[in-house]
Design a protein around this ligand. Structure first.
Ligand code: MLC
Ligand code: AMP
Length: 505
């Protein structure tokens, strides 16, 4: 039996035939039948470009329906899809290409020159382009390619995708996700969230992360629903489209922006049946305000790049504000002591560990990191601190990892500190997350200048331009004579967070 996830998708796509799969506001898009045909052509183009089963296909392109067809084409031929944040700079891309060694790098048409240079440096043999108007050299190659109607045989444990996620050491790690990981999770979510062919998902998330790519698109494909593809979150557009949508998935920033808008009413959301939130904590306050203004209780769920979705509030039953619900079918969780790794008593806070068919198989070419985080018994140490209440709802109460989540994007302080420390005149720096009304947490730097150095905030920010993706760059930079440290010499970030906590309030 072929365990290629695309087998499941293709069966559904054939069934759904002339029904809408992806639409856009501009009127372009694909029915399921058209998507099958067009992705078969793209699969032909990938093969002609030399992509073989197991090869990585790195993709840094703007959001478009064709980018999803490329993902499908890659699955079909047994390739490993490797999406990259469109905000990544050349330096960041250089790391990913040299680490993943893809057979092909697909970039935006405007970036092709720089992409060719970087690809050559990293030994990546082919570069093609894909634009937002069904344009670019890859689409041209697909036009002339012999379509591939076969689906390459894959095992459950074969790789379907690699998604890079930053690490505490500052070095990004490629999470290896299998056909089983993605397929099992999409199936569980379709059931849990009652997705059907009648659903129309308002898709305003980026498509290079778990949330916008796997949660949104895999669930849609498995249920045979349709998606309205929006280039980005824009509240004006969301209000116009809600009367024609049934589901929206978003990060908490979507919801804080919507509740602050007087257009949010029961009437405008009357056609919607479900609002899902995840990727960062949704405050109980936003949850309640949204419900007051619309009558809809946002369904909060919890996941990670490494694990896909782990827990979800119930579709039927109470969606408890400030909690992430219960484990999805097939997913096991345990809360353990951070030192002894023994399970804590019920109701106590500890490290959240998860196991199940959703959990990745390790970090690309990082066996030691994998061993540290993925235990022999199959449990993965999430780095999130949690407790389970008397009714079985999981509460994420904090993080044991030095991580900032800004507008749903993860920023590891170490990575930012390393770049700041390269600036002449900087002795050292500490990067922290502070409460931010729009992004949840705002990336903030505290810099210690070298004695006699004359540095200001603008200089530090200017230095980071082009070196780090925009969302990783601090919103504010403060200066201090020293950083607070404990007796072990460890920087006391809690103290810094306290000192600067009012910054964005
Ligand atoms: C944009 N900016 C950000 C930012 N997004 N800064 C910090 N954090 C962010 N998330 C910058 C812009 O470059 C701009 O800078 C300024 O902030 C204001 O931009 P904006 O126009 O207000 O931003 P917008 O385009 O509206 O984007 C905000 C957003 C977007 C929240 C809609 O970031 C977004 O779509 N986030 C979703 C992230 C996501 O999909 N995460 C899922 C990860 S998967 P300037 O200087 O140019 O003004 C995962 C697993 C799981 O975590 O469980 O799901
Ligand atoms: P990522 O590595 O981008 O996949 O981010 C995963 C991290 O996002 C998790 O480890 C959590 O810290 C956080 N996260 C995701 N969903 C939620 C949620 N609903 N509530 C709190 N934190 C969340």
């Amino acid at each position: 039996m072929n365990h290629n996830l695309f087998e499941t998708f293709a069966a559904r796509m054939r069934q759904r035939g002339g029904s809408d799969f992806i639409t856009t506001r501009e009127g372009s898009g694909y029915t399921y039948e058209q998507a099958l045909t067009a992705s078969a052509r793209l699969a032909g183009a990938l093969t002609a470009l030399g992509v073989t089963p197991g090869d990585r296909v790195a993709v840094q392109v703007d959001k478009s329906p064709e980018a999803i067809l490329l993902y499908l084409a890659c699955l079909r031929i047994g390739g490993v899809y490797l999406p990259l944040n469109t905000g990544y700079t050349g330096d960041e891309i250089r790391y990913f290409l040299s680490d993943a060694e893809p057979a092909l790098f697909v970039c935006r048409p405007a970036n092709v020159e720089a992409a060719r240079t970087i690809a050559a440096e990293c030994g990546c043999p082919a570069v093609e382009t894909l634009g937002t108007a069904a344009d670019g050299s890859l689409m041209a190659a697909a036009e002339g390619a012999a379509p591939r109607d076969d689906i390459v045989e894959r095992d459950d444990d074969d790789l379907a995708a690699i998604l890079y996620t930053s690490g505490t050491t500052g070095r990004s790690k490629g999470a290896m996700l299998t056909h089983r990981n993605l397929g099992s999770n999409a199936g569980a979510l379709v059931q849990a969230w009652h997705f059907t062919e009648n659903d129309r998902l308002i898709h305003a998330l980026p498509i290079f992360h778990t949330h916008g790519l796997f949660v949104a698109c895999n669930v849609t494909l498995m249920a045979g629903s349709s998606m309205l593809f929006l280039p980005k979150f824009d509240a004006d557009v969301i209000f116009e489209e809600m009367p024609r949508g049934t589901v929206m998935m978003g990060v908490p920033t979507f919801y804080t922006r919507l509740v602050a808008d007087e257009r949010l009413t029961p009437e405008v959301t009357a056609n919607m049946r479900l609002f899902v939130s995840g990727s960062a904590p949704l405050t109980a306050e936003t949850h309640r305000e949204f419900e007051q203004k619309t009558g809809h209780a946002i369904l909060e769920r919890y996941g990670m790049t490494e694990t896909n979705m782990n827990t979800s509030n119930p579709y039927d039953g109470e969606r408890r504000a400030g909690t992430v619900g219960m484990p999805l079918p097939g997913v096991e969780i345990r809360i353990t002591d951070r030192e002894t790794h023994e399970p804590v008593s019920p109701g106590e806070i500890g490290m959240l560990e998860v196991r199940g068919p959703n959990v990745f198989i390790g970090y690309w070419r990082m066996p030691e990191k994998t061993r540290e985080e993925l235990l022999e018994d199959g449990f993965f140490i999430t780095g999130d601190l949690a407790m389970v209440d008397e009714r079985g709802y999981v509460h994420i109460v904090g993080r044991d990892k030095d991580l900032v989540i800004s507008g749903g994007y993860n920023v590891y302080p170490k990575e930012v500190e390393q770049v700041i420390d390269e600036l002449d005149g900087v002795l050292e720096s500490a990067v922290i997350g502070l409460p931010h009304p729009d992004f949840g947490e705002g990336v903030t730097a505290v810099v210690v200048p070298q004695p006699g150095a004359d540095l200001d905030e603008a200089q530090v920010l200017a230095f980071l331009q082009g070196k780090l993706a925009k969302y990783k760059q601090p919103k504010r930079v403060f200066f201090a004579d020293t950083l607070p440290r404990n007796t072990m010499g460890k920087v006391q970030k809690n103290q810094l967070r306290q000192q600067y906590q009012e910054t964005y309030q």
